[in-house]
Design a protein around this ligand. Structure first.
Ligand code: MN
Length: 153
């Protein structure tokens, strides 16, 4: 048996952690704004062309407001909060599904006083996320629901 290969069975350790899965900071480079969020890559399968990650933010935490060419398929796995998607803000809760199309602004926020965790499927090969310019941010803020969402911090 080749011990260099990752195990094909990695049991849950409970509390949204898994054996042989590294618990990492959300982003390594620190170049984009985010708060109190961690990342675990559950699957990275070149044969499938996709990765499945689990992101979790503490109460009050949030992911980066960004957009990019690649898409995401998200399932909320823990807790509840809010999700900005395009021109809308959606309340999200455990097992809700969110599809994030190409070039659509998105951000998750743990707004319910509890952790918010979600599975996120994404292409292995993908473009780098864009952050809003000042002009784009101003345009987003023109929608009242989005302004209320973004002003929480
Ligand atoms: Mn994204």
């Amino acid at each position: 048996m080749d011990i260099e290969q990752p195990s094909h069975f990695r049991p849950s350790k409970g509390d949204f952690r898994w054996e042989a899965v590294a618990h990492q900071p959300y982003k390594q480079d620190g170049s984009a704004p985010f708060k109190d969020i961690s990342r675990q890559v559950l699957f990275h399968e070149d044969s499938l062309g996709c990765e499945l990650r689990y992101f979790e933010m503490d109460a009050g935490g949030y992911s980066t407001l960004e957009r990019h060419e690649h898409s995401h398929a998200v399932m909320i796995l823990r807790g509840q909060g809010d999700c900005l998607l395009g021109d809308e803000v959606y309340p999200v809760k455990q097992f809700d599904l969110v599809t994030i199309p190409s070039w659509t602004w998105h951000q998750f926020r743990a707004t319910a006083g509890e952790p918010l965790g979600f599975l996120c499927m994404v292409n292995v090969v993908r473009d780098r996320p864009q952050l809003p310019t000042e002009e784009e941010f101003t345009r987003l803020m023109a929608t009242p629901a989005i302004a209320r969402f973004l002003e929480r911090s």
